[in-house]
Every structure is written in C-alpha cells, then in structure tokens.
Design a protein around this ligand. Sequence first.
Ligand code: SF4
Length: 492
Amino acid sequence: MAIDIALVHPLFIEKDPVEKKIMTPYFPLGLMYIASVLRENGYEVELFDCTFRKDFNEFENYIKLKKPKIVGITSLITIRRNALILAEIAHRYGAKVILGGPDPTALPERYLLYKTTDGEFPVDIVVFDEGEITMLELANFLLKNEGYNDLREIPGLRLRDKNGKIISTPPRPLIQNLDLLPFPARELVDMDDYRRAWKKAHGYWSLTIINSRGCPYHCAWCQKAVFGRKYRIRTPENSAEEMKLLKNVFSPDFIRVVDDITGVQKNWVLKWSQEVIKRNAIIPFECLTRVNLASEDMLKALKDMGCEKIYFGAESGSQKVLDTMEKGITVEQIYRASELCKKLGIKTYFFMMVGYPGEEIEDLKLSVKLLRETLPDEFSTTIAYPLPGTKFYEQVRDRLMFESQEWMLDWDYTAENKLLFKREKYNTTFYRWVVRWFNREWKDAWYKAGKKATIFEITKNKIELGITKTIVNLLAQVQTSNIVRFQPAEGR
Ligand code: SF4
C-alpha cells in the first residue's frame, strides 16, 4: 500500500569526512515540523533519514517498497548533489518530487532545471521560503485535488513552465503565530541511532529545539534564505511545554537551541526561563546570541534554566573589520559579554572570521589580542567565503573564482567549499598559518591563566607559537593574491 508522503534528509554521514569527524548529527527540525502539520491533517507521512545510511540503494529499496506519492527533499548547498540523486530515484518510481530548504529557496533553477542523463527533469516543484503551509496545500491539491484549480495558484512555489523557464507563484505569507504549529514529529525519527552515535562520540546525546524564525540583523556575509529578516517568536509557554515533552519522552542529556539569535527580545527570555523552571523542564542546553544583546539579567535567566554554553559571533577584534562586515557590534561588547558569562559560569564559544576584504595584519593582531584577553572556552576560525545572495557576494563579484555559474556548483561534502574569490593581499598559505597562530596564542594565554597542562604541552605550544607567529609575519610581507579553501567552523 502506497504511503502519501515521504520527507527526505539527504545527508549521509558516511560520505562526509567533516560530519563524520565532528559527529554531532541532528535531524532537520524543518522536515519534522512539515511532517507534523501533514499528519495533523490526516496524511500518512514517513521520514527517510540518510544520516546513518550507507548508500542511495537503501533509498531506492525504500521507494520501491513504500511507493510514496509525494517525495519532499530538503537541501543545502553542501548536500545539493545528494538531494538531486535522491530526486532522480524518486522521479524514476513515479513520485511527485518537491524540493525545499535554504538552497532551493536561494537557487531554485539549480533544481528545477537539473536534467537526468535521459533528459528528464526529476524535480517538479520547489517550495520557496517556509514550508509547512505550502506543503499542506500542495498535498491537498496533488492528492485530493482540493483548494486550487491550478498549481500556479498555490503561493510560495517556483515551477518550470513549458519552455523551461522558472516561474514564481504569489508569495507565501510568513506564519505569524508560531504557537499554531504542532511540535515537530520527532517520533518519526529513529532516535536510537542518534543517541548511540552521540553517546559513542561524546558520552552524551543532544536534541534540537527552535523558538523563533528570522533575524532582524544584516551581517553582510550571512545568507538568511527561508526565514529571512522578519523576526517571529512563539510564546515562552509554548516553548516550555515542548521542553517538558522532550524531557519526559526523549530524555536528552542536552539541547541545542538553533534559533539564529536567542534574546532578540529580552523579556521573552526572562519569561521563558520562569516557565521552564515552573514546569520542571530544565535540560542543560546551549544557544547562540549576539554580544550586543548579552545583558546580565538575560544571561542570568538563561543560566537559571540550564544554559551551559553560549555561542557568540565575535568574528574579529578589529572594529574596522566588524564595521565592514556590518556586524552591528563593538569590540567592547565582546569583552563585556565574555566577562558576564565568566561571572555567571556560562561557557563561551566564539566564531571568528578571517580573510574579510580590507583586513590587514594589524587587524589580525587585534583578533589575537581579543582571544588572549577574553579567553573563550572554545572558538573556531572560518576563512570568509561569499554565499550567493549576500552583500559580501556582491562586493567580491568581480573577483569570484568559480569555473562556471555558481548555481552549477555541487559540493561533494559539506566542507568542500567552491565559493572562492581572489583575495586582496594575502595568500592561501598565509590564512592557513593565521588559523594555527590563533590557536597557539589562545592556548598559550590559557596556560598563562593557570589551565592545567604538562610542562611538555606548555613548551611544545610555546615553540609552535614562536614558529607560527614568525611565519605569519613573514608571509604578510609576501603580497600576492591567491585562492583560499576553508574548513567551516562547527555550528556555522
Ligand atoms: S550572522 Fe547571525 S546575527 Fe548576523 S544576520 Fe546572520 S543570523 Fe543574523
């Protein structure tokens, strides 16, 4: 008996060296929200999760067995190739194939105009922006012939017309009241696989939760496809109820709050903390916020409800670079947020970025100073790369190194960045050494602050610090343009 809809997560950990190394798998919340809405409306929905699968054959066997009438696949630039292969398989067995997520929203043509070797288009429809209501209306139309007379009337779609041109249907209004959405259908995911993988790699296991959609800020390099800039948040009570359910049903050891920004509205956080405590729904968690929002009362409220670690996009110790990025924060705010977290016993993780246009060696020294003086518990450094659709991309458009149009590029794994551009001053080798230099400086500062280490570790780091610093200074004199491949920071 055929099922109505299969929703597919196309990331194979086995095929992705970076994900395999990090081993922090999370099933996408977006698909689980869509599954919930569809089930609530009477559809038979299954989630097909590639995360722990070995190969595409398993999906083919699944499709043969379950014969879903609709296959919905989520995609990112990093897993586009997988998504298209899965789309081909689903199409071969007669399913209507719908793609959605950040990459199809940013580059629908990459999916709708993709052809199989037989010259067929495996992708029928792209869902643009938020997916829940659009997928429900699509299911009503495709499976029951209800709601609309023509596919082109359904808001929030990108389609291919007879001449192979991309057409847009009317815009889909954003969901204003997020409380109306049912909780994500986590029960459709095999959580035992996730629990095992997490426990084996880290000794604990973690789930995700999301409270808000959109971000009102406008960092020049950030691609905010799907949820955009319009900020919406559910009520603190609704979120606290979900945390209670998580605690009682799934018992995760930890939670990652995946909002772009926690704390856009401080009072929301204060109330959220009260509601979680009131329900005895505390689960240790981590979240991401901005240093300009990190007030003491908000951080205290987060700490009281179990917050153990906060990620900050610190990016740089140079105000000039922060301003060029349009980051909307000051270096002083980074110091202040770091101090407050230390005072309250919350761990900090800094995302640092190097290689942004206009950056000089003096700016990098300011970042080193920042790392040494604030001593985040963890940090990672990304070499700036221009995502299509961002201001940064437009700024370096004339220096892009793509061999073809960006929408033709597929990455084989999540860190295989192909978004390269000619740097202004420093070369690839220079940035590789900068990343090492940052790490040695940070370690050295921690050792000086009394972090436990053997004499061997301290001495080794000292020697490496001397070497990396010298090499960076030497390379800074060699002013050549070159391309840079990056290793993305975890959690970016
Ligand atoms: S980087 Fe973060 S704060 Fe900046 S625009 Fe993107 S989501 Fe918002």
